[in-house]
Write a protein that binds this ligand. Structure first.
Ligand code: MG
Length: 218
């Protein structure tokens, strides 16, 4: 069982489902040659994909191209179903740093065939996740800088202000489809600058006022 922790309040939640947004930053959608969607594009990672700070991403043998995608993670603290955007923040317990590791070659093959993405997105170690900070300590989650470096070299440098669908709308949309429960996590999409990592690389990720991750790759 994987656990989401909020050290500042001593809270712990068993991680449930991880609901992820694709193409939620226009510049990133463009860099992959995708259209900017009107409604959020959703997929999920299993809780078993989570690793913590300092743990290692292991690239599966069936891929030659594993990409990082730095994302603001939202931890749900209370069960919610069909909530309005106006009430959505009431259900957010905290914010964290997530990396949506993606086997881009495998995903592209699946996309071309119209097949689901799980084996490209949900493999073991595909979801590095930091501890969470209490939601109340982040005054504006839509104005945070997101930076990811590989071996100390900057690769992603974005701001959560560039999200297409914002957190309240995301929660309203998701809870119209899936009930969200305490310990569920939302990954809110990645800014531009995604790219590959190889065995031996080390990723460092930081989201302003939220936290950091250092994740080796093997
Ligand atoms: Mg992503």
């Amino acid at each position: 069982m994987k656990t989401a922790k909020i050290p500042a309040t001593n809270q712990q939640f068993p991680i449930g489902k991880i609901v992820c947004l694709a193409r939620n930053y226009a510049e990133h959608a463009k860099e992959l040659g995708n259209e900017t969607p009107v409604a959020p594009v959703l997929f999920m990672k299993p809780a078993s994909s989570v690793i913590g700070d300092g743990e290692t991403v292991r690239i599966p043998s069936y891929s030659q191209e594993c990409h990082y995608e730095l994302e603001l993670a939202v931890l749900i603290g209370k069960q919610c179903r069909a909530v309005s955007a106006e009430k959505a923040f009431e259900y957010v317990a905290g914010y964290g740093v997530g990396i949506d590791m993606t086997l881009r070659d495998v995903q592209n093959q699946l996309k071309a065939k119209g097949l689901p993405w799980e084996i490209a997105k949900g493999f073991d170690t595909s979801c590095p996740l930091s501890d969470f900070v209490p939601a109340g300590t982040v005054p504006d989650p839509h104005n945070l800088s997101l930076k990811l470096a590989v071996n100390g070299e900057g690769r992603q440098d974005g701001c959560s202000s560039a999200m297409i669908n914002r957190i309240p709308e995301i929660i309203a949309h998701i809870t119209g489809i899936f009930t969200l429960e305490p310990g569920d996590v939302i990954l809110t999409g990645t800014p531009a600058g995604v790219g590959p990592v190889r065995a031996g690389d080390v990723m460092t990720a930081e989201i302003e006022a939220v936290g950091c991750l250092t994740i080796p790759v093997a």
